[in-house]
Design a protein around this ligand. Structure first.
Ligand SMILES: *Cc1c(COP(=O)(O)O)cnc(C)c1O
Length: 490
């Protein structure tokens, strides 16, 4: 029987259980929780690839969340991966030409964040019960567009919780913004900030370590937790679809069980690809994980040179959920390679103080790739000609993969992880295919995209332009703390 405990990447967070780590979100020392030792799965690959999504989810979750009972986990899973998804398969692998895509956008908010955020509220409320938490849980979230809506959907009207989402006012797509501002639910609060995603994320991290704030909310019966991918309750459910995708490749005879494959992942905060790395550590036969960046290619440069340098222009691209210069989950990867939390603490201090650090990357599991804006658009156009329309984020990965394959000659079968429905980014996708749509209203483009893609618009955006706006607040970054006090009435 596994008993997986969690420690902070910076060493001063103590050793805690999975449910405690989920409740806390981030360690008080500013580090991220990681498993103290990597668990092993109870079943072998041939057994795993026969399973459906829910069964597989249980096999993965149970070895990481060892203080949850079987019944608790199965309940959480049953209530998450259900008809909220528009396909029974939950996460289908599709093939177009010689390319494979793992579609992770069949949930309620049509982005891959639903894969983890449909289960996180269940894990969190179960964790609260287990730990006899009587406080109301306040979810603080910074979003580059997709996490916000998926977290809002997950936590809206969940008893014992409130959620505050901060998003960069000028850094999300029209559909993303509209989805968030029209969110219903008494316990939800959505605030635009005058800054970029890094400002929002740093602002939220600062709130988490503000001891005076923490004390005050504690006295008033509240505690903070996080719905960002810094929470292991989000990271671990993402491991599941890597195994599941592999199983589909075996079932469709594209590979034999045991063969290695590659995954190319459009990356921002490094959460998705880190889950792929965890899958490999659990024994999934993965050759390379290709980490694809847009023009904010801080990660590409890091994997090329070992130098992480965020001192550069922050570029607003057509793939806003990847417009990130401080990639939080990279800290976990470095910790797993290095194993010395003193070193990690030093590196992270250097990142805060100087905006850069160097690190000797001893693993070849992850390799960088990137696509410029122009390359991203032409990738969308190319693939549309072959009969498949992808969103801008997926296009970054697709093009990143094509460049990687050309440069290296690697012929290992590759799955492009497809992180959003093209319907979430209609202006960029439609005008990539035909420039004449450049000025068309984003909501009118829904019909155009249906024509272009021959795929019906998902439920998530039906009537979105007519929905009532419930959230109108915009604030400066230094007002985030006051916003929290106001929302909690303290
Ligand atoms: C969040 C997101 C990403 C980046 O994922 P990370 O886990 O932050 O690396 C990529 N594409 C889309 C559509 C997203 O919503």
């Amino acid at each position: 029987m596994n008993n997986t405990k969690y420690v902070s990447t910076r060493g001063n967070g103590g050793t805690i259980t999975a449910s405690e780590a989920i409740l806390k979100g981030i360690s008080p020392d500013g580090g991220l929780y990681v498993p103290e030792e990597f668990p092993k799965l109870d079943k072998n690959l041939d057994e795993l690839i026969k399973m459906n999504y829910q069964e597989l989810a249980y096999e993965v979750l149970k070895v990481f969340l060892t203080d949850f009972t079987e019944e608790e986990l199965k309940n959480c899973i049953r209530n998450s991966y259900d008809e909220k998804f528009d396909t029974d398969v939950i996460a289908p692998v599709v093939k177009h030409g010689d390319y494979f895509f793992l579609e992770l956008f069949h949930g309620k908010t049509i982005a891959f964040k639903d894969m983890a955020l449909s289960i996180l509220p269940h894990l969190l409320t179960t964790a609260a019960k287990k730990n006899k938490v009587s406080k109301e849980i306040v979810i603080l979230t910074a979003t580059s567009g997709d996490t916000g809506k998926a977290a809002l959907e997950g936590f809206a009207n969940v008893k014992g919780t409130k959620i505050i989402v901060f998003f960069p006012e000028d850094g999300v797509s029209p559909v993303q913004k509209r989805q968030m501002l029209t969110q219903e639910g008494e316990n939800t609060h959505v605030v635009g900030i005058k800054g970029n995603f890094d400002d929002a994320q740093t602002g939220v991290k600062t709130l988490f370590s503000d001891s005076q704030l923490l004390e005050t909310i504690d006295e008033n019966g509240f505690m903070f937790s996080s719905a960002n991918s810094i929470n292991i309750g989000r990271l671990i459910p993402q491991i599941v679809y890597y195994f599941y995708a592999y199983g589909q490749m075996v079932k469709s005879s594209e590979i034999n069980s045991g063969d290695v494959i590659n995954f190319t992942v459009p990356t921002g905060n490094f959460g998705n690809i880190l889950a792929g790395y965890y899958a490999k550590k659990l024994g999934l036969p993965v050759n390379k994980l290709i980490c694809a960046s847009n023009d904010n290619k801080v990660l590409y440069d890091f994997f090329e040179t070992g130098k992480y340098n965020r001192n550069r222009e922050f570029i607003l691209t057509a793939s806003p959920s990847m417009d990130i210069l401080i990639s939080s989950n990279l800290e976990r990867f470095l910790y797993h390679l290095d194993g010395d939390y003193n070193n990690i603490r030093e590196i992270m201090n250097s990142l805060t103080e100087k905006g850069e650090y160097s690190f000797e990357i001893t693993s070849k599991d992850i390799i960088g790739a990137y696509a410029s804006e122009e390359e991203t658009f032409s990738a969308i156009r190319d693939l549309h000609e072959k009969g498949y329309v992808i969103d801008t984020h997926t296009a970054v990965a697709f093009e990143g993969y094509r460049k990687y394959a050309k440069e290296t000659g690697d012929t290992t079968k590759n799955i492009v992880v497809s992180t959003a429905s093209p319907y979430k980014f209609t202006p960029e996708v439609c005008s990539a295919i035909d420039n004449k749509y450049k000025e068309t209203d984003p909501f009118e483009l829904i019909n155009v995209l249906e024509e272009l893609s021959k795929v019906k618009p998902p439920e998530a955006i039906n009537g979105l332009d007519k929905k009532e706006i419930h959230h109108k607040l915009i604030c400066e970054v230094d007002k985030m703390k006051q916003i929290v006090y106001d929302f909690l009435n303290i």
